[in-house]
Design a protein around this ligand. Structure first.
Ligand code: FES
Length: 372
């Protein structure tokens, strides 16, 4: 390690996994705050994937960790609809930021973005949020496993590692339907040429209309993993893709004896807990009183309801996206009282220590005063 790698006391690979480092790269939106961002460009990545690049007119630069996501809330047919999209851009270039969106059949927001969002248009957004970032699992030897549009957070991490000249050993394995579905194919090839310790491997289910494709065909298997990446058990694994892909990948690694303490995965596809059924006559249930400090509203809720659902029933407008404790959109200060919160990574311990809670996965254990 030379002195040149040592800036502000941290080596590049240490800065890559340091949340304070990323927090210094521009302004951070207040938790749960919604901002208007302006679309600057729309680029076709593949036949059904586009990258939308934005800036925030309110800030010169945006601070986030590579792998974090934005929640965007376009107004569609008169109603605001929120969805989480990973920032595919790198926070080392914080003056603009991008999301890369695949058109999905029946996908209300993805189709709307593809069909309607153009340069110059504004969009409501909140975040950035999320814990699927290098900070979650500091390691020098990395294995990135992605499928489909799950490539976006791993692309953000790779772009950041390249910009930092971080001393990291990255194997990036991406699975796609056909060669023409590989997102960022040319850029990954270019990054690989510029990063001596980076290697990419593309798996395609079929050749599609590219008969010259000589890469591996089929799905990732233990045999190919052992053959292509014999040291995979020495690496930290970051996985993102459809739920079926991640389930299969995790099972494959577990079956091979991989230490799952070094396994990290992103997903907005966790099964949301259903809201409780209405009480039957005579059925007892604890209830609590909730006061919304800003609006002055007061209502009674059941102990088995989420605070988000009960506040909405009472007419409060509460921003939310995933409703699963992942995205952080519903993060709100609990001013008095206690809740039981079962989140899925959408809030950090230091935020919990400051009194913040995710209302979508919090149930009351006492009367509450909430900062809404
Ligand atoms: Fe996503 Fe609550 S709405 S964490």
């Amino acid at each position: 390690m030379t002195a040149l790698h040592n800036i502000a006391g941290l080596r590049a690979d240490q800065r890559f996994t340091d949340s304070d480092h990323w927090a210094t790269h521009g302004a951070q939106w207040a938790s749960g705050e919604s901002r208007h961002i302006e679309c600057l460009s729309v680029v076709d990545e593949t036949h059904d994937v586009k990258t939308f690049t934005f800036h925030s007119p309110a800030y010169h630069a945006l601070a986030y960790e590579p792998g974090q996501f934005l929640t965007v809330s376009p107004v569609i047919d008169g109603a605001s609809v929120s969805r989480c999209y990973t920032l595919s851009s790198t926070p080392t270039r914080p003056f603009t930021f991008s999301i890369t969106v695949k058109r999905v059949p029946g996908g209300t927001v993805s189709n709307w973005l593809h069909d309607n969002l153009r340069p110059g248009h504004a969009l409501a957004a909140s975040g950035p949020a999320g814990v699927f970032t290098p900070v979650a699992g500091p390691a020098r030897k990395l294995l990135y496993l992605s499928a489909g549009s799950g490539i976006t957070p791993l692309m953000a991490m790779t772009r950041a590692a390249a910009d930092l000249h971080a001393d990291l050993d990255i194997v990036f394995v991406h699975s796609a339907r056909t060669p023409k579905d590989i997102i960022f194919r040319e850029e990954l090839a270019r990054l690989e040429r510029g990063m001596p310790q980076m290697r990419t491997l593309f798996f395609c289910e079929s050749q599609g209309d590219e008969p010259d494709w000589h890469g591996p065909l089929g799905r990732l298997s233990l045999e190919t993993l052992q053959r292509e990446i014999p040291d995979f058990k020495d690496r930290a694994v970051f996985t993102c893709g459809p739920k079926g892909y991640m389930d299969a990948t995790k099972a494959l690694l577990a079956g091979a004896g991989f230490d799952l303490a070094r396994y990290h995965q992103e997903s907005f596809d966790i099964g949301a807990e259903p809201e409780p059924a209405p009480l039957t006559p005579g059925q007892a249930q604890d209830t609590f009183t909730v006061r919304l400090a800003r609006s002055g509203k007061t209502f009674t809720m059941r102990a088995d309801q989420t605070v988000l659902a009960a506040a909405r029933q009472a007419g409060a407008v509460v921003p939310s996206s995933c409703s699963q404790g992942v995205c952080g959109t519903c993060k709100t200060a609990l001013l008095e009282g206690n809740v039981e919160m079962k989140h899925n990574g959408g809030i950090r311990q230091r935020e919990i220590d400051k009194g913040l809670r995710l209302l979508c996965c919090s149930r009351p254990t006492s009367d509450l005063v909430v900062d809404l």
